[in-house]
Design a binder for this molecule. Structure first.
Ligand code: ADP
Ligand code: MG
Length: 713
């Protein structure tokens, strides 16, 4: 398609359009065909499109290519270099199918142009042989084989009677789309081409003034250029335009949520009476660190404000978050209100209970509620929560069940909050008395750099515990492979045990199957008990053991009866055994950076220095980073750069909508700019009611719901 036929294009930032400015923006999205379902597709295609998240014409246009193939010119066969990607126009001479010894089906054709001959190869498309009889003129896209001379591996082809090099030149940069079974990239391209005229109906949400000041093209032009650009620069500018809008809408939503909370939601006022807290702080066997004091002061201010706290408390494993959380829980108790702490696993909930109990010196009642709580005990806990007799509870998802009622829940602490979905968190928040929102403290041991917070937790206030409590030292970390290294690692572990310390062995993560993982851990425990730790007492803990047996293994290890605890990743967070000094991690490459950092945070928690041995390939950048860097924040940035935000923050596992266009960390500068502009907009126009913001608000509402829904939520 020639450029002139296409919708508006841009090459440089658009000049300011004064007519549009003086006319003001449109006040409501016009009815648009973009919302309509795709016309005329087979059931199979429709289902495939559905699985790609494409239900409407608008979705189709927003399904962006992940790269472009250069089809700007056709190349003579004689000029192709090995490995080169190219488009070739040729005539088919001979064609045949065969199978390789590895039983791969091949079609091979001899094809010729004016100056050369080569062998064109199709993999796994036997039907091609019937479609291209001798004499057919074809346009082939693909790559010249690197090993076999004069061989060309075809990725796509078209039958094109009479076509010449000039005709092909017009095709330009060809978008390659994320495809799936049942709908190919080529098919998607056809569909997008047909829908192309509708780009003009795309809602231009960005005010003209902002587009001008930021040098951003119009949405319709960007949408077109992102699919069918003149050159690589154009497609990137277009993508950034769309990414910027996506991020701006996200930031507006976060900031507006915070605003709505501050404006319209009430929470119990929990002023610091110090009836409990002052004495409790004095009773602790240590002094709160400066960061802990600051965090406690931030939280005290939130709790006294009458507005619901939504605060993220970030700090590495061992930085003392639990102590700060308990500080807040006791403020609720001072005001005769209830507090609940929710943890992602039973093991963690049990650990928390133990820690809190110890920190409380057994003076105040606190109960555990998980799905393994025996029925009689459970009835008792529920009754006492309902009556208000029980002031504090620690639990798992079991806390959010409908049957759990509180008399006066005022504070919710969510541990490792990224492991819960939004719905689970809000289900617990719903248990506050009618008309009141609880104060919520989110804990996380995964340090999240500021920019990612903007993206994911833009509606939360944030406090960071930076330093480790006095006396804690970084854990000496080594990456080890080979039999000799392993032998030395076990030797070091035995030395530590001989000196009275204890050892964790963490088994490989098997994401696909808890059963396999449990089996592997069991086998490893048996192996170690027979071989390297023959003289030592080895205990086993994994996710599939009965709660009773888990508790028994934990008790044996915590009390020092067992020397070695072989575990699956269940010990990743929370387990606190100050006497453990060695952490051995099998197949360390299966774990993420922050997981490994958390794992090693399990050792060296007491007076003795910790040692962490990662069994894995020492040349892997991730593992090297761990050996070299002890600062969790710096590691988190390495991790984000390597894996991308969705993985690290666990957004995928909760099925939350991913960013469609923006890519992080590449688009961090865009995110920063969007955040700033969103703040500016909301200062002037807190409810996005001005005409020039109406469309922005409409786009926001289409993605996140209306303001009324937000307030109700
Ligand atoms: P986190 O929840 O951040 O992993 P915890 O609150 O569980 O950390 O604290 C880790 C350990 O450090 C606990 O044994 C706790 O008693 C201890 N601890 C917490 N704060 C301090 C402090 N200020 N000084 C010394 N030890 C502390
Ligand atoms: Mg903790």
């Amino acid at each position: 398609m020639a450029a002139a036929d296409g919708p508006l294009r841009f090459a440089t930032p658009q000049p300011l359009d004064h007519d549009e400015l003086s006319a003001g923006a449109r006040t409501a999205p016009r009815p648009s065909r973009l919302g309509e379902p795709l016309p005329r597709t087979s059931k199979r295609t429709a289902a495939a499109l559905e699985s790609l998240g494409i239900g409407s014409l608008g979705d189709l246009l927003e399904h962006l290519p992940f790269r472009h193939e250069d089809r700007r010119e056709a190349r003579p066969i004689a000029s192709l270099a090995p490995g080169e990607q190219a488009t070739v126009i040729a005539d088919v001479r001979r064609i045949a199918r065969r199978r390789t010894r590895g039983r791969v089906s091949l079609v091979e054709a001899t094809v010729v142009d004016d100056g050369g001959t080569m062998k064109a190869v199709w993999f796994n498309q036997p039907w091609v042989a019937d479609k291209l009889p001798s004499g057919t003129r074809v346009v082939l896209h693909g790559r010249a084989d690197t090993r076999r001379r004069n061989s060309f591996v075809v990725s796509t082809y078209e039958v094109a009677p009479g076509v010449t090099a000039e005709d092909v030149g017009a095709e330009g940069l060809t978008p390659i789309y994320p495809a799936t079974e049942g709908v190919t990239s080529d098919r998607l391209r056809e569909l997008v081409k047909r829908a192309r005229p509708l780009e003009r109906e795309s809602v231009e949400a960005l005010p003209a003034l902002m587009r001008a000041s930021q040098g951003l093209p119009e949405r319709a032009a960007a949408l077109d250029a992102v699919h069918f650009p003149e050159d690589e620069l154009e497609t990137e500018l277009a993508r950034r335009r769309l990414a910027f809008e996506e991020l701006l809408v996200l930031e507006l939503e976060y900031l507006a949520r915070r605003h709505a909370r501050e404006e319209s939601l009430a929470a119990a006022e929990l002023p610091a009476t110090d009836a409990l807290v002052r004495e409790w702080v004095k009773s602790l066997p240590f002094r709160l660190t400066r960061d802990q004091q600051r965090a406690a002061a931030d939280i005290d201010a939130d709790l006294a404000s009458g507005r619901p706290m939504q605060r993220l408390l970030m700090g590495e494993v061992g930085s003392g978050k639990t102590v700060v959380a308990l500080h807040a829980m006791l403020r609720a108790r001072e005001n005769d209100r209830q507090a609940a702490l929710m943890a992602p696993t039973e093991t963690l909930a049990e650990q928390h209970l133990g820690t809190l109990d110890r920190l409380l010196g057994g003076h105040l009642p606190i109960a555990l509620l998980t799905s393994s709580t025996p029925p009689a005990r459970r009835r008792d806990v529920l009754a006492r929560l309902d009556s208000g007799e029980l002031g504090m509870v620690v639990g798992t998802h079991a806390l959010i069940e409908e049957s759990v009622e509180f008399r006066d829940l005022a504070l919710v602490v969510v541990d490792e909050q990224h492991r819960f979905g939004v719905r689970q968190r809000s289900a617990l928040e719903d248990k506050a008395p009618p008309g009141l929102s609880p104060h919520v403290l989110h804990l996380t041991a995964t340090p999240i750099p500021r920019t990612f917070r903007l993206m994911r937790y833009g509606d939360l206030d944030c406090t960071v515990l930076r330093g480790l409590p006095a006396g804690r030292r970084p854990v000496d970390t080594h990456v080890v492979d080979g039999a000799r290294g392993r032998e030395r690692a076990y030797e070091r572990a035995r030395e530590e045990i001989a000196a009275g310390r204890q050892v964790f062995v963490v088994c490989p993560l098997v994401e696909e199957s808890d059963t396999l993982q449990a089996r592997a851990a069991t086998a490893e425990a048996e192996r170690l008990a027979r071989t390297d730790f023959r003289q030592q007492r080895v205990e086993l803990i994994h996710g599939q053991m009965a709660a009773r047996r888990k508790a028994e293994a934990m008790r044996a290890f915590a009390s020092g009866e067992a020397d070695v605890l072989v575990a699956t990743s269940v010990i990743e967070v929370g387990i606190d055994v100050p006497n453990a000094t060695v952490m051995l991690v099998e197949s360390a490459e299966r774990y993420g950076v922050s997981q490994l950092h958390q794992l090693r945070g399990r050792v060296g928690r007491g007076e003795h220095a910790g040692l962490c041995i990662l069994f894995g390939d020492p040349s892997l950048p991730r593992l090297r980073a761990l050996a070299e860097e002890s600062d969790g924040f710096k590691l988190a940035e390495v991790d984000l750069a390597i894996r991308g935000a969705g993985e690290v923050l666990g957004t995928r596992q909760h099925g939350e909508r991913e960013l469609r266009v923006a890519r992080l960390p590449d688009d961090i500068p865009l995110l920063e700019r969007a955040h700033e502009l969103a703040e500016g907009i909301l200062v002037q126009d807190p409810h996005l009611e001005e005409p020039e913001h109406a469309l922005l608000d409409a786009v926001r509402a289409a993605r996140f719901g209306t303001r009324a829904e937000r307030i109700a939520a």
